[in-house]
Design a protein around this ligand. Structure first.
Ligand code: F0G
Length: 281
């Protein structure tokens, strides 16, 4: 049985005003349109479906908030328990509201995301528990569906793909989905990984760093670094110019375009990863 909340099949939106601004053909893959408001739902459906098949009773994850909301929702859908590990004070309030609304249990730890992840790994080593972070291969398999949709929606791969870079799982998923038709990859990270306002990507040590660097090198792209002011400005720009309200981390790709990652009429897909309502005020 597939555990689903109707994830995926998200819009690929034209962005005429921002296209003109950068001299490119820009498309927005609007992942805030997923059931819990972020791209995490794609991979969570697959990972939770597999966890049920394997006889699990409890899902575990460490999260900056969006994986948490998704894990808890899919656990509820499947009739499983969810234990969510977050760094104290680090996840946006509305994301924790989402977790509680569907009956997830929140465990707070002090330290960094790596500490939360280590704690989640310990919890998940108990029988009947399954870790649903992006180190779970089913998560990546599910998330690659976004790239397959883009191929369908555009009819061919774009020249350039840009997206936020936190742990790097999503970058890996898109590379897997595009297969041998890879666009140039520009993952965009926060300059202050430890303290950025973009709390969703507040991750000091990206778990998929080696793979992300390999994908960027293979496609002739670059890892772009932007500061908090640039992230905030990009979030406002996306809202005002195109009517798309995303959370700060999700505007990282636009912040990268402001820095000139694409030009000359290139066809660009910018992945807008999560809804603005998740970020709080
Ligand atoms: N955008 C949003 C809105 C996110 O929540 C995340 C990651 C990313 C981008 C980065 O994706 O880690 O695959 O490079 N959020 C994780 C979480 C860490 O716990 O929700 P990545």
């Amino acid at each position: 049985m597939t555990i689903t909340l109707g994830e995926g099949r998200t819009p690929l939106l034209e962005a005429p005003r921002l296209s003109a601004r950068y001299g490119i053909e820009l498309w927005l893959k609007w992942e805030g349109a997923n059931p819990t408001g972020s791209f995490k739902d794609r991979g969570m459906s697959v990972a939770v479906t597999r966890a049920v098949e394997d006889g699990a009773h409890t899902l575990v994850c460490a999260s900056t908030g969006n994986t948490a909301a998704s894990c808890a929702a899919y656990a509820a859908r499947a009739g499983l328990r969810a234990t969510i590990v977050v760094v104290r004070g680090a996840a946006a309030g509305p994301k924790l509201t989402q977790v509680r609304a569907v009956g997830g249990e929140i465990v707070e730890v002090d330290g960094t995301f790596s500490d939360a992840f280590a704690h989640a790994e310990r919890l998940a080593s108990e029988p009947g528990h399954v870790l649903v972070n992006s180190t779970n291969p089913h998560r990546i398999e599910g998330q690659k569906s976004a790239a397959l949709e883009i191929l369908e929606q555009l009819g061919s791969p774009p020249d350039v793909l840009t997206l936020p870079y936190g742990g790097g799982g999503n970058t890996r998923a898109y590379a897997l989905g595009f297969g041998d038709r890879l666009p140039r990859f520009h993952p965009v990270q926060a300059a202050d990984r430890a303290g950025t306002v973009a709390s969703a990507i507040r991750i000091v040590e990206p778990v998929h760093r080696v793979d992300v660097e390999e994908i960027v090198a293979r496609t002739g792209g670059s890892i772009v670094t932007v500061d908090d002011e640039q992230i905030a400005a990009a979030r406002d720009l996306l809202g005002r110019e195109e009517g798309v309200f995303c959370e700060p981390a999700s505007a990282a790709g636009i912040a990268g375009l402001e820095r000139g990652t694409a030009s000359g009429g290139e066809r660009v897909v910018c992945v807008v990863t999560g809804h603005g309502l998740k970020a709080g005020a």
